[in-house]
Design a protein around this ligand. Structure first.
Ligand SMILES: Cc1cc2nc3c(=O)[nH]c(=O)nc-3n(C[C@H](O)[C@H](O)[C@H](O)COP(=O)(O)O)c2cc1C
Length: 175
């Protein structure tokens, strides 16, 4: 554990100063999943954090073509992690996690990143802020559900639609 001596601490959600807009847009995050002991991660910059069904939730948007979509469908939990993007190694790793598919190689090992677990939920140990989530629902955002023609044209001409996954935030961790 010499690469990072700071231990993750539970972060009270009521004290969150986290700006979800800038963190997702500028810093990006990673969605980490695990199926049968195999862990994969994917860079994500689309998401929301809020309240639904009397719970604190994270919503993530994952295109049908992603291996992460397949992983999410076969796992009960996932994490959404954020990183110190001033660090060059994190910027480089998130570019790899956002362009290579876990179907073809173990991206985490290739980037020399490490998997950690809390409550049996996988997350990347190099991150500094983590939402540990329990999957609650999955909804296809299809052609019939999008009213804005420009959105359809700009983002879905290839038919690779997003699935919206809602996850209950089980714990927030920071270091
Ligand atoms: C900055 C950035 C943000 C991204 N955000 C998303 C996203 O929110 N949803 C999505 O489906 N793909 C997103 N991607 C693309 C996936 O990260 C990319 O296709 C990845 O290789 C999928 O990995 P997987 O096949 O292992 O799941 C993003 C890529 C980058 C570089």
């Amino acid at each position: 554990m010499a690469y990072n001596m700071h231990v993750f601490q539970p972060y009270p959600i009521e004290q969150l100063e986290f700006n979800v807009f800038t963190r997702l847009k500028d810093d990006w995050g990673t969605i980490t999943t695990e199926v049968n002991g195999k862990v994969n991660t994917m860079t994500a910059s689309w998401g929301t954090v809020g309240r639904l069904w009397e719970k604190n939730v994270v919503c993530i948007f994952v295109r049908d073509s992603r291996y992460t979509r397949e992983m999410l469908d076969n796992s009960e939990f996932f994490s959404l992690s954020f990183f110190d993007m001033e660090k060059k190694e994190n910027r480089m790793a998130l570019k790899v996690f956002g362009s290579v598919s876990g179907r073809n190689e173990d991206k985490i090992e290739a980037a020399h990143f490490h998997v950690n677990h809390k409550k049996n939920i996988p997350f990347l140990d190099e991150s500094n802020f983590v939402f540990l989530c329990h999957k609650l629902s999955c909804t296809l955002i299809s052609e019939e559900t999008i009213f804005d023609k420009q959105v359809l044209k700009k983002f879905y001409e290839d038919g690779d639609y997003h699935f919206l996954y809602v996850g209950e935030i089980m714990e927030v961790m920071a270091r």
